[in-house]
Design a protein. Structure first.
Length: 460
C-alpha cells in the first residue's frame, strides 16, 4: 500500500525548494606572553613548504588550470566572494584560475548541481549545505577531502577549528566537505528590562526561562493598553534549527543510529514544555517583525541567527531604546547549548589535478585574513580560533557577536544525512502546525509520532 505524507508537510517542502602611557611588563609576564604566542603559533601554523606531499600530483600541471565554482549567494556575499576569486587568481603561486558563478540561493544551487552531475558542464567546487554534501558523497559524485586536509604540505591545522565547525562535514571516517560559513540560532534576552522586573540573572535552566517569560507577560497586563496583554514573554518562531535546538536542550534530538527518531521521552518533554508556555500565555506568536517587537519591549526573549544581530542593534537605535540586550544559549542544566549550521565547500569528482586545485582554493579561503573578512561581511562565526586576533576592532563595535562566539564550545551538530534537507523543513512546519491548530501540551506525542513516521519515509 502506498504510504502518504501529510499535506501540510508536503506543501512546506515544496515551498522550501522553489554579522596613553606605556609600561614595561615584568619579566615573568614577558616570558608567559612569549610562551603563549609560541603555543598559538604552533597550533595555527600551516604546514611548512619543506614538508613533502603525499599527493601524486605534479605542481606544474596546475599552472593555467581553470576550475569552476558555483555559489548560492548574491549581493554582499557574492560580491566579496568574487573579490576573493580575483585576489586568488592574481596571487596564487600555482597559476590556478578560478571562475565563479552565482546560482542565487541554496535551492537553485542544489537543483542545478544535481542536474549537472552527469554532464561535462558540472562545476569543480560548490558552496552548498552540509546535507547536500552528504547526499552527493553517498552517491559517489564528490571527493573525500581527508587526504588533502591531512597532507603534510597542502593540509590544514584542524586543531585551530572548533569542534562544531570542523566535524559537521564528516561521514564516518570520510571528510565530505570543508566549512564555508557557520552560524547558529541563539536566544536574545533584554537584560535591562529583566532587571526592571527584579530579575538579576540570565536563565540557566528551562525553569528559569519559564519564570522570566511569565513575569514579563504578567507585567504587560498592568498597563492601560489592552492590545499588548498577550505579549511579554518569549516570542515563538518556527525556524527549523530553533526547534531542533529546543529538542537538544532537553537532551533529545532527532537521530537514533542512522535513522530518525522523534518519539522519545526527552522530545515529548521539550514539546510539552513549549506548549505549556503558550497555554499560560508566557510565550506568544504572530508578531509582524520579531526584532522590532524585541526592541519595543514586547518580548523579553526572541531567537535569532548571528546574521540578525546587526539588525537588532539598528532596531534598538531606531526605537531610541538604550536597554542592554544579551546573547544566550538555549537554557538547560548543563550550561546551555546551541546548534551550529551553515554552508560548506564541496569538491565534486574530477581529475586529480582539478581536485587539488579546488582544495588549494578552499584552503586559501580558510586562511585568517579571508576568514576575518567573511565575518565582517556576514557577522557569522569565525571558522578558525586564531582569526579572532584579527577581529579586535570588529569585536569592539559588535559586543553581542562576541557573546555568541563565546558560546561555540557549547555547539552541537545537526544530523549528518542527506535527507536532513527535507526533514528539517518538515520539523519546522510540523512545529508551526502544532501552534496553528493549538495542540494541547498533553497531545504533543501524536505530533512527534507523525514527524517520526514522515522523517523515516523521507530518509528512504
Amino acid at each position: 500500500m502506498k504510504k502518504t505524507i501529510p499535506l501540510f508537510i508536503i506543501a512546506s517542502i515544496l515551498l522550501s525548494a522553489c554579522g596613553s602611557g606605556e609600561t614595561t611588563p615584568a619579566a615573568g609576564v614577558v616570558e608567559s606572553t612569549a610562551a603563549a604566542q609560541e603555543t598559538e603559533s604552533a597550533q595555527t601554523a600551516e604546514p611548512t613548504p619543506e614538508a613533502a606531499t603525499r599527493l601524486e600530483v605534479n605542481e606544474e600541471a596546475l599552472n593555467g588550470l581553470e576550475i569552476t565554482v558555483w555559489t548560492p549567494w548574491y549581493g554582499v556575499e557574492q560580491s566579496l566572494f568574487e573579490t576573493f576569486v580575483r585576489e586568488f587568481n592574481e596571487s596564487n603561486e600555482w597559476g590556478i584560475r578560478v571562475a565563479a558563478q552565482s546560482q542565487i540561493n541554496f535551492s537553485n544551487l542544489y537543483e542545478a548541481t544535481t542536474a549537472s552531475l552527469p554532464t561535462e558542464g558540472k562545476p569543480d567546487l560548490v558552496i552548498a549545505l552540509p546535507e547536500h554534501a552528504q547526499e552527493w558523497f553517498s552517491e559517489g559524485v564528490s571527493s573525500d577531502l581527508t587526504e588533502y586536509a591531512d597532507d603534510p604540505l597542502y593540509g590544514i591545522a584542524a586543531e585551530d577549528i572548533p569542534y562544531a565547525v570542523w566535524n559537521q562535514d564528516l561521514a564516518g571516517n570520510a571528510r565530505v566537505a570543508m566549512p564555508a560559513q557557520r552560524t547558529a540560532q541563539v536566544m536574545l534576552w533584554n537584560k535591562t528590562w529583566a532587571e526592571d522586573l527584579n530579575i538579576r540573572n540570565a536563565p540557566e535552566s528551562p525553569g528559569d526561562f519559564r519564570t522570566q517569560s511569565c513575569r514579563a507577560h504578567d507585567s504587560m497586563k498592568k498597563d492601560e493598553f489592552a492590545e499588548n496583554d498577550s505579549m511579554g514573554g518569549w516570542l515563538v518562531d518556527a525556524e527549523p534549527m530553533m526547534v531542533y535546538s529546543w529538542l537538544m536542550t532537553f537532551n533529545g534530538g532527532v537521530m537514533e543510529g542512522n535513522d530518525y527518531r522523534f518519539l522519545t521521552p526527552e522530545n515529548i518533554d521539550a514539546f510539552k514544555y513549549l506548549r505549556e508556555l503558550a497555554e499560560s500565555n508566557c510565550s506568544w506568536q504572530n508578531a509582524s517583525d520579531p526584532i522590532q517587537s524585541f526592541a519595543k519591549r514586547e518580548a523579553l526573549f526572541i531567537t535569532a541567527s548571528l546574521g540578525d544581530l546587526p539588525d537588532v542593534s539598528r532596531a534598538f537605535a531606531g526605537a531610541e531604546n538604550r536597554d542592554e540586550w544579551v546573547v544566550l544559549p538555549f537554557p538547560n542544566d548543563d550550561g546551555g547549548m546551541i546548534a551550529v549550521y551553515g554552508s560548506s565547500y564541496v569538491v565534486l569528482n574530477s581529475t586529480d589535478e582539478e581536485d587539488l586545485a579546488a582544495w588549494l582554493f578552499v584552503r586559501w579561503l580558510l586562511e585568517n585574513e579571508q576568514d576575518a573578512r567573511w565575518v565582517e561581511a556576514t557577522h557569522n562565526f569565525p571558522l578558525r580560533d586564531s582569526t579572532l586576533s584579527l577581529l579586535g576592532d570588529y569585536e569592539l563595535t559588535h559586543a553581542q557577536w562576541r557573546q555568541a562566539v563565546d558560546l561555540l564550545p557549547l555547539g552541537e551538530l545537526q544530523p549528518q544525512l542527506g535527507s536532513w534537507r527535507t526533514v528539517k523543513v518538515m520539523l519546522g512546519d510540523g512545529f508551526d502546525h502544532m501552534y496553528r491548530v493549538n495542540v494541547s501540551s498533553g497531545q504533543v506525542a501524536a505530533i512527534l509520532a507523525q514527524m517520526e513516521s514522515t522523517a523515516k519515509e523521507l530518509n528512504k
